[in-house]
Design a protein around this ligand. Structure first.
Ligand SMILES: Nc1ncnc2c1ncn2[C@@H]1O[C@H](COP(=O)(O)OP(=O)(O)OP(=O)(O)O)[C@@H](O)[C@H]1O
Ligand SMILES: [Mg+2]
Length: 172
């Protein structure tokens, strides 16, 4: 069962993941206000690679690493404030409280949250949910499921597939 507006993309390489990241950034730029992206997928799925692609679009240079120990890495870019969170090491959803995530949601802040399920109920709802999966033995690349959870999220998914239709695998 897929929610309406869900799209599944076939992303063949880490380079294509960067292309998808750029498409996500351009799509988010076509919306107003804050935007939250949730990134799920097992260890090594490609979450940080995708975040890197988004950050490069905003002029961030150098390697992008998951803030596994600090939990949050802020980026002040020309376009907007971006916060990259990696909640893998959270032991309890309550541990996210000191980060003050809700207070970050001003202006056109963009939150990119790896492992949001670790903080279930303690972080604001995402506009766009991204699940990255290995397609199975013998197949290269990753399957990336985009599920919108708000009107802005639905608009972003439509923009993404319009920008990179060649990656489209399935839609509902
Ligand atoms: N679409 C893709 N196809 C093939 N390889 C990919 C793809 N996307 C990313 N990779 C590769 O997968 C590896 C892991 O990527 P990455 O560190 O982004 O994963 P992650 O989901 O953030 O992992 P973690 O859960 O440990 O933080 C990297 O070597 C990256 O180059
Ligand atoms: Mg990561």
């Amino acid at each position: 069962m897929r929610e309406p507006g869900t799209e599944i993309l076939s992303v063949g390489s880490a380079e294509q993941m960067q292309v998808l990241g750029r498409a996500i950034a351009a799509a988010v730029d076509a919306t107003d206000g804050t935007f939250i992206v949730a990134l799920e997928g097992e260890l090594g799925a490609g979450k940080t690679t995708l975040v890197g692609g988004i950050l490069r679009s905003y002029g961030v240079t150098g390697p992008v690493r998951s803030p596994t120990y600090t939990l949050i890495e802020p980026y002040e870019t020309a376009g907007r404030s971006i916060y990259h969170l990696d909640l893998y090491r959270l032991n309890d959803p309550d541990e996210v409280e000191p980060l003050g995530v809700r207070d970050l949601l001003t202006g056109s802040a963009l939150l990119l949250i790896e492992w949001p399920s670790r903080a279930a109920g303690s972080i604001p709802a995402a506009d766009l949910w991204i699940d990255i999966a290995y397609p199975g033995a013998g197949t290269e690349g990753r399957e990336v499921r985009l599920t919108p959870h708000s009107l802005n999220g639905a608009s972003v998914v439509r923009h993404i597939v319009a920008a990179i239709p060649e990656l489209r695998l399935l839609s509902s």
